[in-house]
Design a protein around this ligand. Structure first.
Ligand SMILES: CC(C)(COP(=O)(O)OP(=O)(O)OC[C@H]1O[C@@H](n2cnc3c(N)ncnc32)[C@H](O)[C@@H]1OP(=O)(O)O)[C@@H](O)C(=O)NCCC(=O)NCCS
Length: 201
């Protein structure tokens, strides 16, 4: 499959500032340590369902806005998130996040996960991942697999907080696909694929 330099560009995507609530591009975001002072906000319920044909356009828009593309490279393969199954999260009936997945060996591979910046830190990502784990259990699979990039410290935090462990690093994998070095989260060069998994034992 041919690819232009931007098709695999790891960014831009959009995050939301945890302090002021402004939307922020990847390279402008920063990491900040906080304690348990941040209050738990009462927020609307998050509902998760399998994407229907009617959801497809919104899911595509969400991934495209967050990742700047719909093609994802992981485990040496190129996947188009438009062509694989997805779980959709809604709040008040509006799409707030999505998780694209496929079956890969004895695992369920989370190919992409994105929460609308408007609803980040509202439990959307957590609910989507929990639902993917339930699905994997129902299918009798042994593990969940996910990849991210070296710069994506929020995702590395998010997954490890939820029991995922680093299982592999593919140095230079992103650069090999993009052909250049892109500035990712906080301006950190995006170079490597980080592989994580969670066994379902
Ligand atoms: C990574 C990402 C998917 C996380 O999604 P999210 O919807 O913000 O995740 P959650 O809301 O479930 O969890 C985030 C934090 O919000 C907190 N939170 C959840 N509900 C909350 C509430 N009602 N009040 C206060 N905090 C809350 C969670 O506790 C969690 O913090 P913790 O891990 O320190 O405990 C999201 O940041 C994103 O879309 N990033 C860009 C794309 C990306 O990097 N995807 C992953 C690589 S594939």
């Amino acid at each position: 499959m041919s690819s232009g330099p931007d098709e695999f560009g790891a960014k831009p995507a959009v995050l939301r500032c945890g302090r002021c609530g402004k939307y922020v591009d990847w390279d402008e975001a920063q990491l900040q340590v906080i304690c348990s002072c941040r209050p738990r906000l009462p927020l609307p319920a998050v509902l998760v369902h399998e994407a229907s044909d009617a959801d497809r356009a919104l899911v595509r828009e969400l991934f495209h806005r967050d990742f700047g593309r719909t093609q994802i490279v992981a485990f040496g393969e190129v996947m188009n998130v438009e062509e694989i199954p997805a779980l959709v999260a809604t709040m008040h009936g509006d799409v707030s996040g999505a998780l694209a997945y496929r079956l890969h060996g004895d695992g369920l591979h989370i190919v992409a996960l994105a929460t609308d910046p408007m609803w980040q830190r509202s439990g959307v990502g957590g609910h989507l991942v929990a639902e993917a784990e339930l699905l994997a259990r129902r299918l009798g699979l042994a593990r969940l697999l996910v990849t991210t990039t070296n710069d994506n410290l929020p995702a590395l935090y998010f997954y490890q907080r939820r029991g995922y462990r680093l299982t592999g690093v593919v140095p230079g994998s992103v650069v090999a696909h993009t052909g250049n070095v892109i500035a990712g989260f906080a301006g950190i060069p995006v170079r490597d694929e980080m592989q994580l998994e969670k066994p379902l034992t």
